[in-house]
Design a binder for this molecule. Structure first.
Ligand code: C2E
Ligand code: MG
Ligand code: MG
Length: 467
């Protein structure tokens, strides 16, 4: 690893490169922006991982270094000249100084470092997708800390990738590229007119919702290890309506609660039916998506327990998927609820991982069993080193936190191969099967060993063709 001990020779960066860097920086709109929990979570986690006293996340324009987030003693905004940032910029890679207090180059204000109690530092660049250095993530050690190790630098680099992935997502969101993502945003000026709360309530009363199921497979053996239950609205005149067209409205109106209750009960009933059909299905786990409202409602664990008792299914067959937004509204409640659910023995899965990160520094206290890599990362994996690195980092993070990891949205053989190479064990996506009605899923579960045939292998089932 190219860890460089400080050679404090500060050169002017090349003018054209610097102009391109500043333009690139501007496109991310990160300078002078208010604090954001996700970046604070990253600096906190980086300090913790590296056993450091302080961590800062900085960005620099032409003349100044600006602190977006810090943890530990505050390193305030600095002139860029002779700063650590400048060193990182000129070295182009990680910078490690283990003799800060003795190093003559770091005395006499040559490099601005206000907290000279620090004895060592490690700083790594935050790159843009174009590969330009936009920022720096740095940890500072004091005498009592152990000095910086190569492993810590590599973890710091992983954290820096998380910073850039977050910035990239924000940029995509601003460009409205997320319009295509289910339920994410409305076009400017667009109003939600349908469905109204009445439409939704009627649909609940008249039992117009159905669950479709998508297999989650072991990427090595192609065995179906689980299924995700995904709700659909079988509308009498509009046909099959996808969740992004009604989940946001159901959440706004609170109708997600009865809808979610129905979904969970229906999934339990289905598990019981599959078990009755073939006892070998007893090893199958069905994951149900929970919205933030459901999660924060009093008595969730009791409700889940009574559903399991009623349907007679063992807790290891039920998994609950939630995104971090539901967890972050009220951390203490979240911890209690997750603890109660865990005590029941249900599997807890963090969905869409990588799109938020606010919960990153709490992740090790949350009792999650599984991290699911968001499909926006999987989809861009073949585009270059940076998206690949994001996925690699999440897999590594899950390994460190002792969680299993599943990739969603696998659509191509190339993504499948890359994920297997990176040690991702589980996945789901159109490459294997789309979400399908329960009857088709039942047929799929009868495959010998529940192993999905290779596309080039034996003739596929009708459900695979139509999926
Ligand atoms: P999610 O939980 O992240 O579900 C994964 C979504 O990715 C599903 O979309 C699935 O059909 C889609 N998907 C799976 N493989 C691929 C692939 O290879 N490529 C692409 N492009 N997409 C793939 P779906 O069914 O439209 O659901 C969208 C979202 O709606 C879900 O995202 C979940 O957040 C929400 N949702 C679905 N069912 C329920 C439910 O019962 N309750 C709640 N609260 N939310 C639900
Ligand atoms: Mg999900
Ligand atoms: Mg997801």
């Amino acid at each position: 690893m190219g860890v460089q001990q400080a050679q404090v020779e500060i050169r002017e960066p090349d003018g054209a490169l610097e102009a391109a860097r500043l333009l690139d920086l501007e496109s991310y709109a990160i300078l002078d922006t208010p604090p954001e929990a996700c970046y604070d979570a990253i600096t906190q986690l980086a300090a913790e991982y590296c056993g450091a006293t302080a961590c800062t996340l900085n960005f620099a324009d032409k003349t100044r270094v600006w602190t977006k987030s810090h943890c530990g003693p505050y390193v305030r905004e600095l002139p860029r000249e002779n700063s650590i940032f400048e060193l990182v910029l000129t070295s182009g890679g990680p910078l490690v100084v283990n003799d800060l207090s003795d190093n003559p180059e770091f005395q006499n204000n040559r490099v601005h470092l206000r907290h000279l109690r620090f004895t060592a530092l490690a700083a790594v660049p935050v790159f843009s997708v174009e590969g330009r250095i936009l920022g720096m993530l740095a940890v500072f050690h004091c005498e009592d800390d152990t000095p910086v190790t190569a492993l810590q630098v590599s973890r710091l680099e992983s954290m820096a990738v998380m910073v850039s992935s977050r910035m990239e997502l924000e940029k995509l969101r601003r460009q409205d590229a997320w319009m295509t993502a289910p339920g994410m945003l409305l076009a400017p000026g667009q109003m939600r007119t349908w469905p109204t709360p009445d439409d939704l309530q009627r649909a609940v009363d008249e039992r117009q919702f159905v669950l479709h199921y998508q297999p989650e497979i072991d990427l090595v053996t192609r065995r179906i290890v689980g299924v995700e239950a995904l709700i659909r609205w079988q509308h009498p005149t509009r046909g099959m309506v996808q969740p992004h067209e009604f989940i946001p409205q159901a959440e706004e109106s609170g109708i997600i609660l009865p809808m979610g209750d129905w979904g969970m009960a229906e999934a339990c009933r289905q598990i019981q039916e599959w078990n009755a059909l073939d006892p070998r299905n007893g090893s199958l786990r069905v994951f149900v998506n929970l919205s933030a409202l459901q999660f924060l409602r009093e008595g969730l664990a009791d409700h889940v327990e009574s559903l399991m008792l009623e349907s007679g299914i063992p807790s290891h067959q039920l998994g609950l998927e939630m995104t971090e937004s539901g967890l972050m509204t009220n951390m203490n409640t979240a911890l209690d609820v997750l603890g109660d659910l865990r005590a029941l023995g249900v599997t807890l899965l963090m969905d869409d991982f990588g799109t938020g990160y606010s919960s990153l520094s709490y992740l090790h206290s949350f009792p999650f069993d599984v991290l699911k890599i968001d499909r926006s990362f999987v989809g861009r994996m073949a585009e270059g080193e940076q998206p690949l690195q994001i996925v690699r980092t999440i897999i590594e993070l899950a390994r460190v936190l002792n969680m299993s990891v599943i990739a969603e949205g696998i659509e191509t053989a190339e993504q499948y191969t890359l994920l297997r190479q990176m040690g991702c064990r589980h996945g789901q996506g159109y490459l294997f099967a789309r979400p399908m009605p329960a009857a088709d899923m039942t047929e799929l579960l009868q495959l010998p060993g529940r192993i999905l045939p290779d596309r080039d292998g034996p003739p596929s089932l009708s459900v695979l063709r139509t999926a």
